[in-house]
Design a binder for this molecule. Sequence first.
Ligand code: SF4
Length: 450
Amino acid sequence: MSEYSRPKTEAEYEANFKQKKPLMNDSEAYVESSRCLFCYDAPCMQACPTHIDIPLFIKQIHTYNVTGAAKTIYDSNWMGNACGKVCPTQVLCEGACVYNHEHVKPIEIGRLQNYATLSVIRADKKLYDKRPAIGKKVAIIGAGPAGISCACELSLLGYDVHIYEAKDKPSGLTVHGTAPYKIQNEEALAEIDYLQKQFGFNIHYNTTIETQSQIEKLEADYGAVFIGVGIGPTSKLNIEGEDLKNVVGAVEFVNELRFKKNKMDMPKTVVVLGGGNTAMDAASESARMGAENVYLAYRRSKEDMGAYYFEYDLAIGAGVQSLFNASPKKIIGVDKVIGVQFVRTEMKKDKLEEVQGSEFIVECDMVIKATGQAKVLNLLQNIQNLKLDASKRIVVDATTYQTTNPKYFAGGDAVNGGAEVVNGAYEGKRAALGIHQYLNALVKQAVAVN
Ligand code: SF4
């Protein structure tokens, strides 16, 4: 049974989705920053994909230089506030903190990071001076963490940057697909707004780029193009009953919940299919929305789940029940879902096999599919000489993030297949430096020819 009752008001919704990492007050930040040992080899910093100078920004907080701390963070990671909130810090910076070796609580790096970055966002404090305009234009497809990071870095270097975003809001999955108890929409959007005001890059919303003619126009108008499209809608399971009412994709479910909040309909019994972090989020959210029974069904064993254990524990703590080695065979119903038929599975000689005659039915009013996302192939297939790997991810150079079509660079989920916000932020920043190098080399070539 779920631990939560159905939230009827926005206040009840906020209580059920209480922030996992609440903002520290000044005293908490001072005390917590005093605990840092400023380790010479800073394993926390090595564990951060963007290598933020963590001991430095903690020291700056402790010496009341909070603006300096925010600048230290943004110098390495343009999504500094979002990452403090949504990063799996338990397995990254905080997981690497030396205090873990002494069985002492690690430094709360994520919350300190939010303390510093939110202080400059709320005060709208200018941290950077752009270089004068250099007269070169770059297009970015997608305003997710990779696209926004690429835009900040290029704007700082003096480029005229235009982002084309299919949705009506920026920040990709941070707004559309992250559990609301990790970060609220308002907070995610405030950071993008802060960065956009500081750097002045343009975002063209509700503008999908996918046709041949749109691509040709971008190529004619811009010196380089960065692809930061992320991943698309939930993939099909290709089983009977998938098109019934109340069978939804996890990312679409989370997106609807984040905007409708307590006004969203929540059926009584929900089955979530999948074993990754998105499945854990969707299950946990269903329980927090007051679904009485939430079943998390995964076709393999608990040990094989892709989700972090702490995400699984969070879902179980919210009252979610788990079903392992249960593979969905068909979704049952006439117009609307009334249940899922599963078959038991087992490993035989390293192969997952169905157990004959072990079918069983779990009755439910809603099925949430958290079984992966489709790639945004329309766009990618229309770009000439753009190589994709066997999993349909864009192939890039590991340092410059340049694709096999030299005019295009790429980063984020379309390259890494779906990782953390912090990975997208890092790749977008690196790609911007790759673009800068590429466009400078073109100028040198032109000068040499003349
Ligand atoms: Fe501070 Fe922990 Fe990093 Fe050491 S590992 S510098 S104690 S946060």
